[in-house]
Write a protein that binds this ligand. Structure first.
Ligand code: NAD
Ligand code: DAO
Ligand code: ZN
Length: 368
């Protein structure tokens, strides 16, 4: 079949809309009609050329929601007309990683996914007979996609695609980091570095679990109002204070119980660790730093009990946890609507990237 898609031909160049050939699902695979997709910072990271794993030409996008159209041989967990969210972190429930119960980083299809291919090491997308690569196993900047069954979360049918698509990355990453990775408890003091599409979700989850102080740090003063609406109690603009770490230590009577880095900057990663409370404070790295960057701190920071952790996709096991997060949205426990500041048709997708880069949008969503 044919599908309309935004193609990333080369790093640093705008996406181009084209009709692409899409082969049908093979064994264990599913054809999905994508109804809506968010534009995430990570798509820009790859398009900009900063991603060492970036492969071109590719169809980017990893934050989608849609409907199952057809299943390949052997597929049992989803059927035609099911509503689904594609998962860039799959959940096979069989690999060493899934069975460990210690991580959400399923490795069942990692090597081919990282090479922009389906598990049988081929692409389902072709243009003029030449393959176009998949991206993060999802490629939601295409109206139709083929994905492995283990990379689909089945969700309730009454949830709107133009909002639930954001659960495919940003919402789950931020909310999950609080609930699944850090397991923040009621009464904890929480600091969030970066009040964008991820950080605001960390803030709303911190409020949801009953955190005490929720301190937001951002260079953009325009982020304060939205962050307060989502539960931030104190705002620190690094431009207005002499020392960010000292300011947070004073505000929290000795340091944060949990500090989340949602920027991808190695300097703020250091600050997020060093503003943590001696003896127990945990810093969770969510932001993805540029290729080749390294983090630094004095080892004594760790000797004296601060903990450095990372979180991918919020530590969520996609097929198990994503449907729960959709329920939380439908039960008004989390707010997604106010974070989606712009909606666009596919042929204006490049405007969505500009809105993100200039800091005007929190999330732009493309509606097919
Ligand atoms: P965003 O651009 O929407 O937000 C980043 C925010 O950080 C902005 O508000 C910006 O003003 C602020 N900022 C930038 N530099 C700053 C500085 N030096 N000090 C203080 N504030 C600063 O980005 P996002 O979509 O929220 O993504 C954040 C990061 O999370 C990115 O690195 C992204 O790639 C990463 N990410 C990680 C995962 C994961 O699973 N770990 C998933 C998705 C995204
Ligand atoms: O298992 O090695 C692996 C790959 C895990 C990928 C996790 C990606 C999380 C960070 C990238 C941001 C996604 C939008
Ligand atoms: Zn697995």
């Amino acid at each position: 079949m044919k599908t309309r898609a935004a193609i990333a031909w080369k790093a640093g160049e705008p996406l181009q809309i084209a009709e692409v050939d899409l082969e049908g699902p093979r064994a264990g695979e599913v054809l999905v009609e994508i109804k809506a997709t968010g534009i995430c910072h990570t798509d820009w990271y790859t398009l900009s050329g900063a991603d060492p794993e970036g492969i071109f030409p590719a169809i980017l996008g990893h934050e989608g929601a849609g409907i199952v159209l057809e299943t390949g041989p052997g597929v049992t967990s989803v059927k035609r007309d099911d509503h689904v969210i594609p998962l860039y972190t799959p959940e096979c429930r069989q690999c060493k990683f899934c069975l460990s119960r210690k991580t959400n980083l399923c490795q069942a299809i990692r090597s081919t996914q990282g090479r922009g291919l389906m598990p049988d090491a081929t692409s389902r997308f072709l243009l003029d007979g030449k393959p176009i690569y998949h991206y993060m196993g999802t490629s939601t900047f295409s109206n139709y996609i083929v994905v492995p069954e283990i990379a689909l979360a089945k969700i309730r049918a009454d949830a709107p695609f133009d909002k639930t698509c954001y659960i495919g990355c940003g919402v789950t990453t931020g909310v999950g980091a609080v609930i699944f990775t850090a397991k923040v408890e009621a009464g904890a003091n929480v600091v969030v570095f970066g009040l964008g599409g991820i950080g605001l979700n960390v803030i709303q989850a911190a409020r949801m679990v009953g955190a005490d102080k929720i301190i937001g740090v951002d260079l953009n003063p325009g982020r304060e109002e939205m962050a307060r609406k989502f539960g931030m109690t104190h705002f620190v603009n690094p431009k207005n204070v002499e020392n960010v770490v000292d300011t947070i230590v004073q505000l929290t009577d000795g340091g944060a119980d949990y500090a989340f880095e949602c920027i991808g900057n190695v300097q703020t990663m250091r600050q997020a660790l060093e503003c943590c409370h001696k003896g127990w404070g945990q810093s969770i790295i969510i932001g993805v730093a540029e290729a080749g960057k390294e983090i630094a701190t004095r080892p004594f920071q760790l000797v004296t009990g601060r903990v450095w952790k990372g979180s991918a996709f919020g530590g969520a096991r996609g097929r198990t946890d994503v449907p729960k997060i959709v329920d939380w949205y439908m039960e008004n426990k989390i707010n997604i609507d106010d974070l989606i500041t712009h909606t666009l048709p596919l042929d204006r997708i490049n405007e969505g990237f500009e809105l993100m880069k200039s800091g005007q949008s929190i999330r732009s969503v493309v509606i097919y």
